[in-house]
Write a protein that binds this ligand. Structure first.
Ligand code: SER
Length: 322
């Protein structure tokens, strides 16, 4: 059988950087290509020039040309404005998040892509959503431009699947936490920065209140979930909008306590800003039983296990830089 050729759009972002290399393990180094809005010379430290293409996903003509040139059969479309950066640039966020998705879905339809992956988010939920163990189907009234684009994107993904047969698959990511790459523009980003600051300065000022519980997922679990849903047989993917996905839920106070078990002198202070209102509109925890039932999702990391892994790996990375 002919091998798939994979294109990761938004490959320089927090998820893309790691996912591109994970996909190489599955599909082979010669079959995975990366593209992003950053110019070739800016990303030499990340990707070999041969596998990298400069692309603004709003440029549909260039997107189609790259897919054709590289004989791409699967696209992972990750480029988007996140919740906090979207609130600073609502019009640009709407344009990138919606028109970027349309370009990819249309390319899938017009060029016959085998599969498309596109992430949604817990940001599709809003103030009237049940906040504890939020179910797959419930009131969804997002009040950030990011959340609105993700909810509209979910509806369009399902529409393209039902109407045009596009095999699009999606997960509603909670906050993603990893040590290899930096997050950009999200409300959950504090849960990455806190580990860096714990190692570097033994203190951290949090932009959310102490008791703000949010759903989170450690990067190795997120990578596994993403590849598992894409590799599952099509008939198992019964939800074509996006699946609820859960790993753990914690507050800033709880993650600080988890860090203190390993760095006892660590101190956290709180200075909530505009991101508090965004966090307050999101669920505290997520019910992901559909993902478990349909395609066998199972998270491996809880808070303490993640803290240990984050601090060990980041500690090693900082020691090497000295
Ligand atoms: N991590 C994202 C954000 O905070 C949620 O999908 O915007």
């Amino acid at each position: 059988m002919q091998k798939d050729n994979i294109l990761v759009i938004g490959a320089c972002g927090q998820l893309g950087t790691e996912l591109t290399f994970e996909l190489m393990k599955v599909h082979g180094e010669d079959h995975v290509f990366a593209c992003d809005i950053r110019k070739e010379k800016e990303v030499k430290h990340l990707f070999d020039t041969g596998i990298y293409r400069h692309l603004n996903v709003l440029d549909a003509k260039k997107l189609y040309a790259i897919i054709t040139e590289l004989k791409i059969t699967q696209v992972y479309h990750l480029a988007a404005y996140l919740s906090a950066s979207g609130e600073r640039n609502p019009a640009a966020a709407w344009e990138l998040n919606m028109d970027g998705l349309f370009n990819v879905l249309n390319a899938a339809k017009d060029l016959g892509l085998r599969k498309v992956y596109w992430p949604s988010s817990i940001a599709v939920f809003g103030p009237n959503t049940p906040p504890q163990s939020t179910p797959q189907n419930c009131v969804m009234d997002p009040n950030t431009v990011y959340g609105i684009t993700k909810l509209a994107g979910e509806r369009y993904s399902e529409y393209y699947n039902k109407r045009y047969g596009v095999d699009v698959r999606s997960l509603r990511y909670p906050g993603l936490i990893g040590w290899k790459s930096a997050p950009g523009g999200g409300t959950t980003d504090y849960a990455v920065t806190i580990y860096h600051e714990a190692l570097l300065h033994k203190k951290f000022e949090c932009f959310l209140k102490a008791d703000t519980a949010l759903p989170m997922l450690y990067m190795p679990d997120a990578l596994r979930a993403t590849i598992d849903i894409m590799e599952a047989p099509s008939e198992k993917i019964k939800i074509r909008s996006s699946y609820n996905l859960s790993g753990m839920s914690f507050t800033p106070k709880e993650v600080a306590m988890s860090i203190k078990k390993l760095i006892p002198e660590f101190k956290i202070t709180y200075a909530p800003d505009y991101r508090q209102a965004i966090a307050d509109s999101w669920p505290n925890s997520i019910d992901d039983k559909m993902a478990k039932k349909h395609w066998g999702w199972k998270p491996k990391f809880d808070l303490d296990k993640m803290t240990k892994d984050m601090l060990e790996n980041l500690g090693r990375q900082y020691a090497m830089k000295k």
